[in-house]
Design a binder for this molecule. Structure first.
Ligand SMILES: [Zn+2]
Length: 175
């Protein structure tokens, strides 16, 4: 499946939620390695499915179609929807805001990850790992897969936002 490998280091630990969570002492953020599924926000007038396809295109340049809704869950406390993507076309190339933000202390790397790589990569949120491992075991025999996840904004949020992440076992033509 396609993941975005992240490295993020803030100027100061005070500004860093992850340092806060880890209760690391000191003033300097030590930097954090993890991975997420591709994600994004739903824009006004857009369905979640449209946002999923747009974000996949914007972040990775890949085109696909939504196969089905896989499951719903929570991402950082917000409702999330996960989709399986099919008929993926193209070669993933980091693009859009992620490519613009890419720097030494805030890096984004697209990576095809097998089920055994999810834990070592620190896939966030971690409760996705068993779902994805099971999915990949079932889907591995097939040709093209990618899952996409959308995180709906809290109902109270003033503007519609959705996070979306994608995953799928690597297409045969890109192995
Ligand atoms: Zn930090």
């Amino acid at each position: 499946m396609l993941v975005i490998k992240r490295y993020l280091r803030h100027e100061s630990a005070d500004l860093c939620v992850m340092c806060d969570d880890a209760r690391w002492p000191g003033l300097n953020c030590r930097g954090h390695q993890y991975a997420v599924l591709p994600g994004g926000h739903v824009e006004a007038g857009e369905t979640i499915e449209e946002a999923a396809l747009r974000e996949l295109r914007e972040e990775t340049t890949l085109e696909a179609r939504i196969d089905r809704l896989l499951w719903t869950g929570l991402h950082n406390g917000r409702p999330a929807e996960y989709f399986l993507m099919a008929d993926v076309v193209g070669t993933p190339v980091l693009s859009g805001p992620e490519a613009e933000a890419h720097s030494e202390n805030n890096s984004f790397e697209l990576l095809w990850a097998g089920p055994d790589m999810l834990e070592p990569l620190g896939l966030h949120p971690a409760d996705l790992v068993p779902h994805l491992t099971k999915l990949l075991a079932k889907e591995q025999a097939q040709v093209v897969h990618s899952a996409m996840r959308l995180r709906k904004a809290a109902a109270a949020a003033s503007s519609p936002t959705v996070w979306m992440e994608s995953a799928g076992w690597r297409p045969h033509n890109q192995r």
